[in-house]
Design a protein around this ligand. Structure first.
Ligand code: C5P
Length: 295
């Protein structure tokens, strides 16, 4: 028996860090929007243990891969000793702040639970997901949500109507940024380290009733300080995108991806062409509807 599932990514419309925790993580509130740029995972029962193959040679396929860790955690919790072969076809850039790996882990938990006859309850899947990574629980569903705690507590954000008809331009610069590094650097950015709570709910509320442009200054990412300081090209991207008509422009997660929101498909495609002409062909670009279904 074989099962194929798509694994979407996300952008953080807002990422507000609230302070450092004794366990080394950071409390935060983040408004995440699912994005219909997808990897594909195929699961097949058989063989011995967990065998992962991936079309992208840059991604290690050993036991440290989040997909293998998710599969191991699933088998251990379900008490299953069978083998499984997993194929991962990557579309989402790596170390990009788009949650590609976290999404793959969530889809692995859901996919294996389906393949093996639903041995685990949804609450057990959520518990395992939170142990695998802060962003993994968000990817157990496919709606916009506010995540709190270290990112593992999910509350649906409701309908962000302002994004209807809007388009997203995603840009990956060709290098990744380490998430632990980005958080560690916040020591040097005390305002960004100790944000005041309430901003995620406010942005979600604005986007539920007002046009995108009127919420533009409420988009925020606390991790931009360190990232744009170390990689000034990312600041140049944002300056260029704003100057050429992006309604909103922000880094996603801990970077390195930048996203721009525009009010039409034509504007997003035009912006992509202008961007390529200015910065050359090395960056990875995609234009997508801002609110396409992801499931
Ligand atoms: O949870 P995840 O494995 O994605 O986190 C990767 C790293 O990012 C953590 O080890 C930690 O250094 C940092 N992090 C953090 N606070 C969060 C989420 C991640 O400090 N809320």
């Amino acid at each position: 028996m074989k099962l194929e599932r798509r694994s979407h990514c996300k952008v953080n419309l807002l990422l507000n860090v609230l302070g450092r925790r004794p366990d080394g993580f950071h409390d935060l509130e983040t408004l995440m929007q699912p994005v219909a740029l997808c990897d594909t995972l195929t699961f097949e029962r058989g063989g011995h243990g967990i065998a992962l193959a991936c079309n992208d040679p840059r991604l290690p396929v050993g036991g440290d891969n989040l997909v293998c860790r998710a599969a191991e955690a699933f088998f251990s919790a379900a008490g299953i000793k069978d083998g499984v072969r997993i194929r991962l076809a990557k579309e989402i850039p790596l170390a990009a702040g788009l949650g590609g790996g976290s999404g793959n882990a969530a889809v692995t938990l859901l996919g294996l639970n389906e393949l093996f006859g639903q041995p685990l309850a949804p609450s057990e899947i959520s518990r395992i997901a939170a142990g695998l990574g802060s962003d993994v629980p968000f990817f157990l569903q496919s709606e916009a949500a506010i995540a709190t705690g270290r990112g593992e507590r999910i509350e649906l954000a409701g309908s962000l109507r302002a994004l209807d008809g809007c388009w997203l331009l995603l840009i990956h610069p060709g290098f990744g940024i380490s998430t632990p590094w980005a958080y560690q650097q916040l020591r040097r950015f005390p305002d960004a380290l100790n944000g005041r709570p309430g901003r995620a709910a406010r942005l979600a509320e604005l986007l539920s009733r007002a046009p995108l442009a009127s919420a533009a200054t409420d988009f925020y990412n606390a991790l931009e300080g360190p990232a744009l300081e170390k990689y000034p090209i990312l600041a140049l991207y944002q300056e260029f995108l704003r100057k050429h008509g992006a309604t909103v422009c922000l880094m996603s997660g801990s970077g390195s991806s930048t996203f721009a929101l525009t009010e039409s498909e034509g504007r997003a495609r035009e912006l992509a062409d202008l961007f390529r002409a200015e910065f050359g062909p090395t960056a990875w670009l995609r234009t997508l509807p801002a609110r396409a279904p992801c499931s």
